[in-house]
Design a protein around this ligand. Structure first.
Ligand code: 26Q
Length: 826
């Protein structure tokens, strides 16, 4: 009886979407506030945000549904982005921009004496990522929607996102980020699409009625995956894609035995075990940590997402699956997808190995984000055996067949077979996840030209020998909607007034600004400066509010914000700050330009050295800022709790973008692109995407310094930091100031670990080797800064030539070379 009426209901035409006049928006806002949330206009600000979010969500819904229907049209090829991280930040301002509702919403709010920016600032950042890799995923989703590509993101709905950082006595303190407590009005729970994910148990091998070899995975502990959908709007195109985040929940059958045995409370308490899976984001971004819960998270995301794709595939011909589905693996974190897809095809879809393997290797594509060996994921075979026994069997079989191929190609090359095996042998055998991802994918890419070349020549060299055509580069990009249009509205208005609209979707058009950079364009240059100065005033307010340090808006804003890591060399930056302080005392305050130096970034809680570096920065800042002579020229601050929203205030106000990683270590970097887009000039090493930024803007508008990747490698083995010290009095003085506790008078000795690491011949980051070159490059910065017009010209050219670093360009390349999707018709 229920069926016909539901069918009938399905044929009802959709309700007309709500109007978007200021009146209608104002009415809906009040209705949500007062009748849905049960609050009043003078309530706590978070509720005004929520009411506005719901008001906007209603206006997204019809587009969302229409986009979904387009995606589901038979024959539509779709891509799935699998990522353990999405660093989304705030969404309200982004949807307002994309739906072109800024005007009417502002008007509606003003009629109630409410300020739009104030409401926007109430939204908590969705911090479901660590740093670059997670933010890249968010920028990619934005570009996919803007290009109307049928792409869906799959991720995890962590209850606790990236921890909040506080500074106490100069040290980092972590506080949990229970971001969902404030309410998450963007998401829609879809329990009807829940999936079961299995763990543990054992496998049974046998033959079915037709005599075919079959494997059953039995006695498993099951966890429910419940999806929550988050809308991803495109810019001005009525497309709304979906980010589907999975939340773990205990099954009803969970611990049924104990339950029936009367251990009611214990069995309910045991639900925690299952629900723990999506409790917390792992906060390390550059080293694997080998925790069992992390592997559970990875399989949970992968299994739930693949099951969801197959649910939608239904009973259609599996032969067409590879034509219509492609999975992009965001690093090795979801690379168990290779084995899981094989498991589904073999065990659930009854395919033969060869056919299943053809499908798998036609559907999977893998992106690598790091060259650091310590970040390469390996899982103990024993852990795999216990947690995912069926997947381990499949990995063994993939490996057996793969190594046979290697032996055929290189007969007798035992070393090569050992190097390439998916299993690293030894006392504690491990599964090499990157190898699994490469073997199972038709495409393997790095994230900047240098990085992709180093992968092919080094880390993945053996695989490149075997399958050169699999390897490709996709230089990262960032979305100009968030990072220019939204973050820098005044500069955007100036750009639009100068070259017209359209750059938001075609960033190469910024090139037209080149004509405004030269002399004879004094009017434009001074407007450019005025906008940037106003941005610097706003950043100075933020810094003062958060740290008590005063930045002079007319100073050179010298900024390094990113995760704390030795390879990123915040230490080199601090050494330079100390050198400036020393110069002021030796040569007088007039010898240096006025500078405001900003640091920001989180250290992984278990990364002791990175935390010491934060402490050093804070101690140096305290001494410098309290010294009247030094403080007359330089101010130093460490901004706590750096994240997406902070960056939206920082990058429009930065003059000098500090990108000084040891060459060959930063895969790409994406902060560098955000700064460039907003008119900062880069001081940087020849590393990652810096190289391509330099190439785009030209060497007159970029401060290049330091060893090249080849030189870093060549120096290894006979690196002698003390020789650099002896040859460079400035450096010796700087290190002496640290060693003699000038910055740690009340805690002597706390920085000896740092000094020792800098002076160790085994220092992999070779900070001391690049000190002289960095200080000299900073001298060139000073000279350029004193030529105000010349600097403005460089600033304008950096923006004008940043078009290549739009994630729209990156996504167009992914689509042309890897995904081959057709934009949906709207
Ligand atoms: C792995 C195992 C267990 C726990 C955590 C992890 C883990 C999590 C996150 C390992 C690495 C990450 C993140 C890496 C990352 O953000 N890499 C950056 O990716 C950017 C986008 O491609 C690049 O621009 C940066 O250069 C790269 O460092």
């Amino acid at each position: 009886m229920a069926e016909p009426s539901r069918k009938q209901a399905n044929t009802l035409p959709p309700m007309a979407p709500p109007e978007s006049t200021p009146d209608a928006i104002g009415r809906d806002f009040r209705r949500y506030l007062e009748y849905y949330l049960g609050r009043y206009p003078g309530c706590d600000g978070i509720y005004r945000f929520e009411a506005l979010a719901y008001t906007l969500r209603e206006r997204i819904m019809a587009h969302w549904r229409r986009t979904w229907i387009e995606h589901k049209k038979p024959g539509t090829r779709r891509a799935y982005y699998l990522s353990l991280e999405y660093l989304i930040g705030r969404s309200l301002g982004n949807h307002l921009l994309n739906l072109e509702l800024q005007g009417p919403v502002r008007e509606a709010l003003e009629a109630m004496a409410l300020a739009m920016e104030e409401i926007e600032s109430m939204e908590p950042d969705a911090g479901l990522g660590n740093g670059g890799l997670g933010r890249l995923a968010a920028c990619f989703l934005d570009s996919c929607a803007t290009q109307a590509l049928p792409v869906m993101g799959y991720g995890l709905r962590y209850e606790y996102g990236m921890f909040r950082q506080r500074i106490a006595s100069g040290y980092q303190v972590e506080d949990p980020d229970r971001w969902l407590l404030a309410g998450h009005p963007w998401e829609i729970e879809r329990p009807e699409y829940k999936q079961l994910v299995r763990f543990g148990g054992r496998t049974e091998h046998g033959r079915d009625r037709d005599g075919r070899f079959r494997v059953r995975w039995v006695d498993t502990e099951d966890v429910l995956a419940v999806p929550y959908d988050v809308p991803v709007s495109g810019f001005g195109n009525a497309v709304v894609n979906t980010l589907r985040l999975w939340s773990a929940s205990a099954t009803d059958a969970f611990n049924l035995k104990e339950f029936n045995a009367g251990d009611y409370a214990d069995s309910v308490a045991a639900k925690n075990q299952a629900e723990n899976i999506t409790m917390v984001l792992y906060p390390n971004d550059a080293s694997e940590n080998g925790k069992e819960l992390r592997l559970r998270q990875q399989y949970f995301l992968t299994a739930a997402s693949l099951a969801d794709v197959f649910r939608q595939w239904g009973g259609r011909d599996i032969g067409a699956f590879e034509r219509e589905n492609v999975f992009q693996l965001n690093d090795t974190h979801p690379s168990i997808a290779v084995a899981e897809l094989m498991r589904i095809l073999l065990d659930e879809r009854d395919m033969h190995w060869e056919a299943a393997w053809r499908v798998t290797t036609s559907c999977m594509a893998y992106t690598n984000h790091t060259l650091l060996p310590e970040a390469l994921e390996r899982w103990p075979v024993r852990l795999f055996e216990r947690l995912l026994p069926r997947l381990l069997e499949i990995i063994y079989e993939i490996n057996r067949r793969f190594l046979a191929e290697v032996r055929t190609r290189w007969p007798g090359d035992v070393g090569r077979v050992q190097r390439m095996s998916l299993i690293e042998e030894g006392a504690k055998p491990q599964v090499r996840m990157a190898w699994l991802a490469i073997v199972g994918s038709f495409s393997v890419n790095g994230v900047a030209a240098l990085h992709s070349r180093l992968l092919a020549e080094g880390l993945f060299g053996d695989f490149h020998d075997l399958w050169p055509q699999r390897f490709n580069n996709k230089t990262n990009g960032v979305t100009p909607r968030r990072w220019l249009a939204q973050a820098n509205p005044d500069l955007s208005a100036l750009i639009t007034a100068t070259i017209g609209d359209g750059w938001q979707k075609d960033l190469s058009r910024l090139r037209q600004l080149e004509a405004c950079a030269g002399s004879g364009q004094g009017g434009f240059r001074s407007r450019w400066r005025a906008v940037r100065r106003a941005n610097k005033v706003r950043l100075a307010e933020l810094v003062h509010h958060a740290t008590g340090v005063r930045f002079d808006p007319d100073a050179l804003f010298d900024v390094q914000v990113k995760r704390m890591h030795e390879y990123k060399r915040q230490l080199l930056n601090v050494l330079h700050v100390i050198h400036l302080y020393d110069r002021i005392h030796r040569e007088g305050p007039g010898s240096v330009v006025k500078r405001a130096i900003l640091f920001g970034g989180k250290a992984a809680p278990g990364y002791a050295r990175a935390k010491e570096i934060i402490k050093l920065i804070n101690n140096v800042a305290a001494v410098v800022n309290a010294d009247p002579l030094a403080a007359s020229r330089i101010a130093v601050a460490f901004l706590p709790d750096y994240g997406v929203s902070k960056m939206m205030r920082i990058c429009p106000a930065t003059d000098l973008s500090v990108q000084i990683s040891t060459a060959g270590k930063e895969a790409s970097g994406t902060g560098n692109m955000k700064f460039m887009m907003n008119g900062a000039v880069t001081i940087g090493t020849y590393d990652g995407a810096n190289i391509e930024i330099l190439d785009a803007v030209g060497e007159d508008h970029f401060f290049l310094f330091g060893l090249r990747a080849e030189e870093v490698d060549a120096l290894r083995g006979n690196y002698n930091p003390r020789a650099f010290l002896e040859a460079d009095e400035d450096l010796a003085r700087v290190l002496h100031l640290v060693e003699c506790n000038h910055f740690s008078a009340s805690e002597p000795g706390i920085f000896t670990g740092i000094v020792d690491s800098l002076l160790s011949p085994d220092d992999p980051w070779m900070t001391v080797a690049d000190f002289r070159a960095y200080a000299d490059a900073q001298r060139r910065v000073e000279a350029s800064w004193e030529d105000e017009d010349g600097w403005s010209c460089s600033s304008i050219l950096n923006t004008a030539r940043s078009g290549r670093f739009s994630s729209d360009r990156t996504i167009a390349e992914y689509n042309n070379d890897i995904w081959r999707l057709t934009p949906i018709g709207t």
